[in-house]
Design a protein around this ligand. Structure first.
Ligand SMILES: Cc1cc2nc3c(=O)[nH]c(=O)nc-3n(C[C@H](O)[C@H](O)[C@H](O)COP(=O)(O)OP(=O)(O)OC[C@H]3O[C@@H](n4cnc5c(N)ncnc54)[C@H](O)[C@@H]3O)c2cc1C
Length: 482
């Protein structure tokens, strides 16, 4: 019986397992190895806080590309949404905890013993994968069949014919000086773990390093907990995420068949489109939304130099426009700004030090001045570490050392082929390793959210089962569904 090991049990790994189970036509064994974050929920949906909402409307959060209303239908099984009309429920930004319940319920249904006809035996191991070793087994026919052994931090090992890397985002990168604060209760280096146990008194000052989605999570939780002290959020551009809005039908400006557009030409087209939108009193973010279905394709066509230019010149603004937040979340942040509780400081964070009473952030402001801001509690909200070559994760360190994988050309993840097969250290296709999720960021750029990941989870299952990709009816274009 073929064994597939899936490393990572967040959305991507769980849905890959679910798809293997629902598509398998021959007996299989699937083992999901997960640690660090709750199985099925992962980083995003493992939050313990009800006020953390999805940043995608319910209508676009189905876990299955071939069943677009699946999440909506599942929500209808919960009585708390009975009073909502279908339209209201579709447009609602549901608590991320409930989305975690959804993914867990899929795991329970598909991976449990409920269906005795299932071709797949499945189990979940609570352990951390730290290394993979390639094996070469001579099969009965004499041909060489490859696979790998996954080594776990408990000392155990697991032999598998195929292995899927679905390890999600890296933890946040450390900031200069942060390693000396590892045991300081006034510093939180990872905001995806419970940080709210150590809040200072209500007259205290919390400093957030970052002004993106993670900082927003922290701000809404502080308000929900009734914490009334001061908050300062610092980032290079000082930009907070924008609010979702209802837009209009709008034609795409990027020609479908033109493969030759340079980054310069693309950015001119998009800028002109933004101007046209402003001219009709519409939000220019519509121009970015219109690119969503084609972002991966456009990204892949750029040269490495153009991708680097994009990251330097355009990505900060792109991220603010693209990763928008639900109305109620935006309202909470705006209230906090309006009442003077929250201040935004645009500055470069140079280093962190432990002062007598505060943790001090040494900054260079936009006009080149040095400044120190001290916090009674300082939280690293800079988001996932993006560089992969110096990833502190033992699994990747070992995979690179063994030549079983290589970083992608942008050093933002690992290199893969079009069908999610990992490319080894010499650029050849692996015979047993696959990868999906945020670790494909350098290859695909748009690869962190459910609308892309559900497709990857299904496609990789089909590739691993050697099935023809199932045709999925193209979705009617729903504007502003991000
Ligand atoms: C705070 C936050 C909010 C988000 N909100 C949304 C949203 O509203 N809508 C949306 O579409 N997207 C959202 N996203 C994007 C999110 O990346 C995806 O939706 C999705 O959750 C990613 O799932 P994943 O399984 O790829 O990664 P993860 O959720 O990170 O799961 C990976 C799992 O693998 C485990 N793991 C890693 N390495 C190992 C190892 N070596 N051995 C064993 N286990 C390992 C991790 O601990 C974790 O449990 C959000 C992301 C974050 C961080």
């Amino acid at each position: 019986m073929k064994t597939t090991a899936i490393i990572g049990g967040g959305f991507s790994g769980t849905l890959a397992a679910v798809n293997l189970i629902r598509l398998a036509q021959t007996p299989q064994r699937v083992v999901v190895i997960n640690s660090g974050r709750p199985f099925g929920r992962g980083t995003a949906y493992g939050t313990t806080r009800r006020e953390h909402l999805l940043n995608v409307a319910a209508r676009n959060m189905s876990a299955f590309p071939d069943h677009p209303s699946h999440f909506f239908d599942w929500l209808r099984s919960r009585c708390e949404f009975d009073a909502m009309t279908d339209n209201e429920l579709n447009e609602t930004f549901i608590p991320r905890q409930i989305y975690g319940d959804y993914v867990r319920s899929l795991a329970t249904h598909f991976m449990g013993p409920a269906d005795p006809r299932s071709q797949v035996q499945c189990n979940v191991i609570d352990d951390s994968a730290i290394d993979i070793e390639a094996t070469n087994n001579g099969s009965e026919t004499g041909s060489s069949q490859t696979g790998g052994i996954v080594h776990l931090s408990s000392g155990k090992a697991l032999q598998a014919d195929s292995i899927l890397l679905a390890t999600g985002n890296q933890p946040p990168a450390g900031l200069p000086g942060a390693d000396r604060l590892a045991n300081d209760r006034r510093y939180c280096g990872n905001p995806w773990q419970d940080w709210h146990q150590h809040l200072p008194d209500n007259d205290g000052h919390i400093v957030l390093l970052g002004t993106g989605l993670t900082a927003v999570d922290v701000i809404v939780t502080l308000r929900e907990k009734g914490w009334n002290g001061r908050i300062t959020a610092i980032s290079r551009n000082g930009m907070l995420p924008q609010r979702h809005f209802r837009g209009i039908e709008w034609p795409s400006v990027i020609p479908e068949n033109d493969q030759s557009l340079s980054l310069n030409e693309l950015s001119k087209l998009v800028r002109a489109d933004c101007e046209r939108l402003r001219g009709v009193s519409q939000n220019p973010a519509i121009a970015v939304d219109k690119l969503r279905g084609r972002t991966q394709q456009l990204w892949k066509r750029l040269s490495v130099k153009e991708k680097q230019t994009f990251l330097k010149q355009y990505a900060p603004q792109w991220n603010v426009i693209r990763h928008r937040i639900a109305g109620p979340i935006h309202d909470a942040v705006t209230d906090s700004l309006d009442c003077g509780q929250l201040k935004i400081v645009p500055a470069m964070i140079e280093s962190l030090t432990s002062g007598a009473t505060t943790i001090d952030a040494l900054l260079t402001t936009t006009d080149g001045e040095s400044r120190i801001i001290g916090g009674d509690y300082v939280i690293n909200c800079t988001g996932p570490k993006s560089r992969f070559s110096d990833s502190g994760l033992p699994l990747y360190h070992n995979l690179f050392q063994r030549g079983l994988a290589q970083v992608d050309e942008m050093d933002m993840g690992i290199a893969i082929d079009d069908d999610f097969v990992v490319l080894d250290g010499t650029g050849n296709r692996s015979s047993f390793l696959y990868a999906i999720g945020p670790i494909l960021k350098g290859t695909l750029w748009e690869t962190v959210a459910v609308p892309e990941l559900r497709g990857q989870a299904m496609q990789v299952a089909q590739a691993m089962l050697e099935l023809e990709p199932m045709p999925v009816a193209p979705r009617e274009t729903v504007e502003y569904c991000i």
